[in-house]
Ligand binder design. Structure first.
Ligand code: SF4
Ligand code: SF4
Length: 77
């Protein structure tokens, strides 16, 4: 099963809780403001993400989602 990790940068308030809680040090705070004037979190090292969902659970603004990716290649290896 593959997963997609998404941060809604315009919902994020840049509190940094997700950055602090991530056990794999995947997340960082961006240097570019979002539409609300906050510096949002982003996946600086997306390849290290283990999709543990701790960041999703921690985020007070529900800005992070992890969703399953539909297998497009059913029947193929
Ligand atoms: S899902 Fe887990 S490993 Fe991935 S960014 Fe969130 S806290 Fe880090
Ligand atoms: S915990 Fe949520 S609001 Fe806070 S920096 Fe992370 S994504 Fe943004």
């Amino acid at each position: 099963m593959e997963y997609l990790h998404t941060i809604d940068r315009d919902r994020c308030k840049g509190c940094g809780l997700c950055v602090a809680v991530c056990p794999k040090n995947v997340l960082e705070i961006s240097g570019k403001v979002n539409t609300k004037g906050y510096f949002p979190a982003y996946q600086a090292r997306a390849e290290d993400c283990i999709f543990c969902a701790m960041c999703c659970t921690m985020c007070p603004d529900v800005a992070i989602t992890i969703s399953e990716i539909e297998q497009q290649t059913a029947g193929q290896k």
